[in-house]
Design a binder for this molecule. Structure first.
Ligand code: PLP
Length: 503
């Protein structure tokens, strides 16, 4: 195409001179390239204009000709400039400025479009509805945060360093083994002994935390429009994965015995998945009774649904041995066990696992390796050693003592309110207590006052999909030091008493 103008842009020589006079450690060719590119992007240089020749630029700027040529050649290669033999070097005939100004006009930053409703997919908007409980995850009462201050960092770093150092070269490649065999074996031994899970190492698929496991389960076992039963109240992390995969999320009430499948009206669409936390229901804290476990397994069989057993914090039981997993209860039951290291070690580790029935092992491995890729094998190997050498069990024992102590400090701090009728969950397991409240107004007021005090208070009603949810507070006690827990607990007791009309 003929250039619109073939005026030589003389001003570039003086302007480049000023630019290059500024202090910089970047190579000169790089600076010439950057400056010219910026001017084109900003629209100061437009299509059809002719650059002074490289010879002239070099001479008048006091640069080597190769320096100028390197910059110009790079811009030609990227399409910003074009060389016309016998005519010179021109700003390329591309509609850069037109596109750029269109983008500027419609960019969200320019306030032209609302990020959110306008920019996100329907699925994206729906997903955000499950993200409310993500906020404020630090300090006293943040739910689901383990005692990071008690994690054996030095020991862990040492193991990590060693395994990074000795990792075989093949671990740098793509992997599709379902995770490091040593970790799958160590996990299998642990799950068999501690959780009565029936499994062989081949059935274990290492994933990047439970969340990744839920996503994979949703994609592999359900289609858009399928139904998933979730606990009400329940864990929004899992619900988010199911919703994002296009599932219809149907809340099923939880009572003192756990999810009650018999309360689902007959005749509705069958679920494809049923997400449950039977060992320690999240967030109510109840343990699913044997009768309910059997009813659940029977319902899954009848509907040809898969039970997703989310065993996120069962290691922490105080007083009695951990309750055995649902997975090992009935041979052949349609249960997929999901475990995570987020609570026992730390959430940033992003390691968890699925225990899959034999026929699902190969398809899941292949799909996971394709969709998410596997990796971090040296970290997995370090974790396998951490377990095999007994550090894992030791850490669990220590944390159990620590959490028991933190919970009792919280109970002591809340005692004045409890004496006046504040009801707390039993707290025989896990990392949080639930304080049941009488009304949503009290819940709202306490949450608002807590924010002013830098205390994280999670309203229980937010864990319900059908509104209004039951009012209460989810009080994480594991992740904060005893003195912080005590301070926050005393504050909460005072606030609650003030609201309840204590003199
Ligand atoms: C019920 C429940 N399941 C699973 C998890 C762990 O998820 P992840 O392994 O993705 O960190 C949590 C964490 O808060 C949880 O509360």
């Amino acid at each position: 195409m003929e250039p619109v103008m073939s005026v030589e842009v003389d001003w570039t020589i003086e302007a480049l001179g000023l630019e290059l006079a500024k202090p910089s450690s970047a190579p000169l060719a790089q600076r010439v390239y950057r400056t010219l590119r910026n001017w084109i992007q900003e629209g100061r240089l437009v299509s059809g204009q002719r650059l002074p020749s490289s010879r002239r630029l070099a001479r008048e700027l006091g640069l080597g000709r190769n320096t100028v040529l390197a910059a110009v050649d790079q811009l030609i290669a990227e399409g910003f400039l074009e060389s016309r033999p016998g005519a010179g070097t021109f700003i390329a005939d591309v509609a850069f400025e037109a596109v750029a100004s269109q983008c500027r006009e419609t960019s969200p930053a320019a306030g032209q479009a609302e990020v959110g409703e306008a920019e996100l997919s329907t699925r994206g908007i729906q997903l955000l509805e499950f993200c409310a409980t993500l906020d404020d995850r630090f300090g006293a009462f943040a739910p689901g945060v383990p005692a990071l201050d008690r994690f054996p960092h030095e020991l862990w770093q040492r193991l990590l360093r060693r395994h990074l150092h000795t990792a075989p070269t093949q671990w740098l490649d793509y992997q599709a083994q379902g995770g490091v065999p040593a970790l799958r074996e160590a996990l299998c031994d642990y799950l068999r002994l501690s959780r009565s899970v029936l499994c062989r190492p081949e059935q274990v698929l290492i994933v990047q935390g439970a969340q990744h496991g839920f996503e994979l389960l949703a994609r592999m076992l359900g289609d858009v429009g399928d139904r998933v039963w979730v606990e009400e109240p329940g864990y929004s992390g899992a619900q988010a994965c199911f919703s994002a995969a296009g599932f219809e999320v149907e809340p099923v009430p939880v009572d003192a015995e756990g999810m009650s499948v018999e309360s689902v009206p007959a005749g509705g669409a069958s679920p494809r998945l049923i997400h449950v936390t039977p060992s320690h229901q999240y967030p109510s804290g109840v343990t699913m009774s044997l009768e309910r476990r059997l009813a659940l397994i029977e319902a899954a069989e009848r509907h040809r649904a898969w039970i997703v057993e989310d065993d996120y914090d069962s290691e922490f039981r105080y007083g009695q041995r951990p309750i055995a997993a649902l997975q090992g209860l009935v041979d052949g039951a349609r249960v997929i066990y999901v475990g995570t290291f987020s609570k026992v070690l730390y959430p940033g580790l992003r390691l968890g696992y699925l225990v899959l029935p034999e026929p699902l092992v190969a398809p899941f491995r292949r799909a996971n390796a394709r969709l998410h890729r596997e990796g971090q094998y040296p970290v997995q190997a370090a974790l396998a050693e951490f377990i095999a050498q007994g550090h894992f069990s030791r850490h669990v024992r220590r944390m159990r003592d620590c959490y028991r102590q933190r919970q009792s400090r919280l109970r002591e701090a809340l005692a004045p309110a409890v004496a006046r009728g504040l009801t707390l969950s039993e707290g025989q397991a896990g990392m949080h207590l639930v304080a049941w409240l009488d009304d949503l107004k009290t819940e709202r007021t306490l949450v608002a006052h807590a924010a002013e005090q830098d205390v994280t208070l999670s309203p229980l009603s937010r864990y319900y999909l059908r509104q209004p949810g039951r009012p209460g507070l989810v009080l994480g006690y594991a992740g904060a030091r005893e003195d912080e827990i005590e301070r926050a607990g005393r504050w909460l007791a005072r606030e609650w008493l003030a609201l309840e009309g204590e003199p």
